[in-house]
Each structure stands twice: as C-alpha cells, then as structure tokens.
Design a binder for this molecule. Structure first.
Ligand SMILES: O=C(O)[C@@H](CO)OP(=O)(O)O
Ligand SMILES: [Mn+2]
Ligand SMILES: [Mn+2]
Length: 546
C-alpha cells in the first residue's frame, strides 16, 4: 500500500489523467495545427487553471539523446511508471557498442540456425534512422557481424518509413544502403534488400487494428508475392511513378527478383530477425512467425525458422521467446501500486491507442492488475485525414459512463487525434483533430465535476504542433519548389502541457514548474491528488498544496 500523504487528504472524487496524443506546445505558430485550431475549452483551461510544461523527449523519457523526439511507447511508459528507464533505442545501441549483443545466446542461435540451413539470415524492420521503432545503424552492424561470423546470405525486408522521418525520404536510406550491401558482398557473401513496402501498408499494424496489413506483409516477405523490381532503389522510383502523391509510409509492397524469381523468400531452416526494438507494431508479425496454431490469416506456407525479436515485445506473453537484447525491466508502475492500494482503475482509448493506455502504461505488459477495467473503442480502418474526429466522442461517452458508475477512483484515457491525424501531414485535418479533442473535453470535464473529481490533462509527445518541416539552417518552415510548405509527418521535440483541472480544492492545489518536470512526474502527482505518497521509485510530484 502507498502511504498517506500528510499535506493533502485527497480529492473527494476520482482523479482522471487525459492524454492528448501528439499535442505539443509549439515554438512556431506557422505550421502549428494547434494554434490554428478553434479550441475554446483548451484556451479556457490554459487561461484559468494551473498549468506547466513537461519534458517529453530525449533523455527525459529514456532516449539516447536530446535530439531524439518522444514517442508513444516511451511517453506512456514514463507516465504510467513514474520512472525513466533506458529505452530500447538506447539499450540496443549500447549492446552493439559494447559487443554484448553478439555474446548473447539469441544472436548465437540466429547465426547457428542460418548456418545449419541454407545459410540465409533475414532482417525485417523499419528502414530509417527515426529511432522510434528501429535504427538503420543497428541493422548495418548486424549485417557486418553476420558476414564476420560466416553467414553466407543476408536478405533484408525493408519497411519504408516517412512517418518518423521526412515523408518522402525513403531513397536517402535505400540508395546508400544498397551501395553498402554491394560493397560488403564479397568473398562469397551476398547481402541484398529482398522486399518491402510502406510501413502503414504492410506488416507494421498494431493492436489488431488491421490484420490484412500483416497478411500482405507475409505474402511479400515470406512468399515473395508482389510487383517485381531489380533492386529497392528502382522499386521506390517505380512505386512512386505508379502511385503519384503517395508518401513513403503508404507505398504498396515490392519484391526484388532476378529473372522473375524473388531473391528473398523465407524458407525452412532460415533465420529471421525482426529488428524493431519497439513492440506495438512488432507483435502481430512476430505472432505470425512463432505461433504454431495461428488463425488471424492463412499463412499458406509456414517456414520453420529460427526467429528473434530485437527485444522481447511483451513480457507477460513472452513474445517472442528469443530476443537479442533484454528490454527495460519496468517495475513498480502506478497501476500496480494503485491496485495494491485497493483503488479501482479504468483505462480507455480507441484501438489505435488502446495498448498505449494499457500495455505501455503498465510497462509493456498485457495483463491487468487487480481492480483494473480496460475498455477499447474500435477504431475506423480509414486514412485518418478523412475522419479527423476519429473516436473522440465514443471515448468520451465511455469515460462519462465510467465516471457516472461511481466505481472508479483513478481513470485514464488517450485521445488519438492530434497524433494519428498529425502523422498524415494534412494540416487542415489536423486542426479538425484538435477541435474534436477540444469538443470532447468540453463534455468530459463537467462529468468530472459532477463526480467531485479532478483531471490532469497532458500529452505524450508533440506532433500536431509542427505540421511543416523546419529548414535545418533557418529553423523556419521549409518550402517546396512551388512555394507551398513541406508537410511534416513526424513527432516533435516540443514539451507538452500539464493542466490541473480542479474545481474541488478551493484553490489550494497548484503545479510547480521545475527544471526536471517531465512525463515521469505525473504518477506521483496523481498519487498526491489521491491523498497518497508516491512510491519511492517514482520521480517527484509537481503538485503544490497551500
Ligand atoms: O505510429 C507510430 O507507430 C508512432 C510513430 O512511429 O507514433 P506513436 O509513438 O504516437 O504511436
Ligand atoms: Mn503518441
Ligand atoms: Mn505518433
């Protein structure tokens, strides 16, 4: 049990944490869909309620450097755990720098597995330096090491990004990498990109939102089915010609073939490394490779392979069993300790962010703690610029019902809009996304008042706050040749707000802006609002009490 907090007995009603995914505090008003949005509720909150800025990127959320933007995994881990752990990006980079990864049993089995079969090692993963799901430098190091250890053939299945990096930057990664592979393919070693496609079109679905994406990925990588090209550079050019205006993340699949024969189908006895370190978009394809009885789609042919994830993606399900680097051991999360303190908790989001408020929140674990209720609102399967309101209204309905039930003392939800629509690069839709969240808040907050509760309104990282690429030199929005601004689809480095919506303490409660205030300050702040002290492992609360 958490101890009583002497300074404050706790609010009479529930404490609600509202995460506005992808809502950063903009530095530039040009290109900020948040500034452009009409948002009377948020404007009123910023004007009338205590609010501070929280660090949500870089080392404040366990990323290797402060040049790394935040993302949902590290953000929700930090919010839920109240602690900052060195995250996958940092753990893998260190394991490679120190060579520990090559000493691990999993890497040895991957190499031995490939050598015992046809000598083929496949790498599947996100092909960029975004450092949200993966980093291309990790892939490069593994290819070099595989050659050094006598693997004969490497085949890479490259998921084009354009979501964590500029929207049409694929060739900046593909062309130099193909040159590198050509250079290293000497002395009987043969390494090539064998297949690929846009990350939002094949393979990298999450939270069971769109299994046909994964099925397309399987057909591409494993079975070698799809439009054929001579190499990946030509594939990107060719797919762009055939799909004008389509940005990298949405490009269709491609297969590299010699004389009509795919060069990289996955066969019995091969080894396969899925080299993303982040789990949400790695779990479904991993299941397709490792599950004996698999019913999500017809695999047609199921090669017997030695499979490893870069990390273990789900600690409860042990998925996958073989992994190259141990994931952060996230312990003593807020949900665990609120549960041990006998508090009933409610978590809600739509499919696209459901795992964020459950699995990431609870330290990459798919099991509930006692007293937790999770509610998923099914997401639409559409390009979200076409429906920027997404499921904000339905999430709000579910939250209001949970509040009215009187059953829950701690509630949390995530509104996906600012992020998912921000990733489309569509400025007008992103302003509507923020307006949808504002409207949702205007309905949710009165229900919190009626329950005698308070809310902490925050975000996990920025996105809609910068919808244009900034020129690297001038730091001003970059322009296309025709004078239009270059759309930006990635997250930002901006801080996020923390607003304390409190109509119950009579002005006793406030928030302290400290230099270290970050997403990991939220768990302790929630505890204090509940009249409890923080767990000793959690970072300090930012609540002030008069
Ligand atoms: O869509 C995703 O996978 C990432 C961006 O790569 O966004 P978020 O971290 O907000 O989930
Ligand atoms: Mn997010
Ligand atoms: Mn995002």
């Amino acid at each position: 049990m958490l101890q009583k907090f002497p300074a404050f007995a706790g609010v009479p009603g529930p404490v609600v944490v509202i995460v506005m995914d992808g809502y950063g505090i903009p530095k530039h008003d040009v290109g900020s869909a948040i500034d452009a949005a009409r948002k009377p509720t948020l404007d009123r909150l910023f004007a009338q309620y205590p609010n501070i800025r929280l660090r949500a990127h870089g080392t404040a959320v366990g990323m290797p450097s402060d040049d790394d933007m935040g993302n949902s995994e590290v953000g929700h881990n930090a919010i839920g755990a109240g602690q900052v752990y060195a995250q996958g990006a940092a753990l893998v980079a260190n394991a490679i720098a120190e060579g520990a990864i090559w000493q691990g049993g999993a890497w040895k089995e991957i190499v031995a597995g490939a050598k015992a079969g046809r000598g083929v090692l496949h790498f599947i993963g996100l092909f960029s330096d975004g450092n949200v799901h993966s980093h291309i430098d990790h892939l490069k190091a593994m290819v070099v090491q595989a050659k050094a250890e006598g693997v004969k053939t490497v085949r890479i299945h490259a998921l084009l990004d354009g979501r964590d990096v500029p929207e049409t930057s694929a060739l900046e990664y593909v062309a130099p990498f193909e040159a590198f592979l050509r250079d290293i393919s000497t002395g009987g070693f043969d390494a090539r990109i064998a297949s690929g496609g846009g990350r939002q079109y094949i393979t990298m679905d999450r939270y069971d939102a769109n299994w046909p994406m994964v099925e397309r990925g399987w057909h591409t990588h494993v079975l070698g089915e799809g439009p054929q090209f001579a190499n990946a550079t030509e594939a990107v050019h060719g797919l762009r010609e055939r799909n004008p205006g389509t940005i990298d993340q949405d490009l269709p699949e491609f297969v590299i073939a010699d004389n009509g024969k795919p060069i990289g189908t996955i066969e019995d006895g091969d080894s396969v490394v899925f080299y993303n370190f982040r789990g949400d978009r790695a779990i479904e394809i991993t299941r397709a490779f490792v599950e004996e009885h698999f019913t999500e789609f017809d695999r047609v042919r199921t090669p017997r392979v030695t499979y490893a994830g870069m990390l273990q993606y789900d600690g409860d399900l042990q998925l996958p069993k073989r992994f190259l680097v141990a994931p952060p051991a996230i312990k003593d999360t807020s949900a665990e300790w609120f549960s041990k303190s006998g508090l009933a908790q409610f978590a809600c989001s739509e499919t696209q962010k459901f795992g964020h408020v459950t699995y990431f929140w609870n330290g990459n674990r798919s099991n509930k703690f006692e007293g937790e209720t999770w509610q998923e609102v099914p997401s639409d399967v559409v390009p979200f610029e076409q429906r920027p309101w997404m499921k904000a209204a339905e999430i709000t309905d579910a939250m209001i019902a949970a509040l009215q039930s009187g059953q829950y003392k701690v509630l949390r939800c995530n509104y996906a809009n600012g992020d998912m629509v921000g990733h489309t690069g569509n400025f007008r839709a992103a302003t509507m996304a923020i307006e949808a969240v504002d409207l949702a808040l205007s309905r949710l907050l009165p229900a919190i008042d009626a329950a005698g509760g308070v809310a902490l309104i925050t975000a996990d990282h920025g996105n809609a706050d910068e919808m244009f690429e900034l020129d690297k030199k001038t730091k001003q929005p970059a322009q296309n040749k025709d004078g239009s601004f270059k759309a930006k689809t990635a997250h930002t480095l901006n801080p996020v707000p923390l607003i304390l919506y409190d109509n119950v303490s009579g002005g006793r409660l406030g928030l302290a802006q400290t230099d270290t205030a970050g997403l990991s300050s939220i768990a302790a702040t929630v505890a204090n609002l509940l009249g409890l002290q923080k767990h000793e492992k959690w970072d300090d609360s930012v609540l002030t009490v008069k």
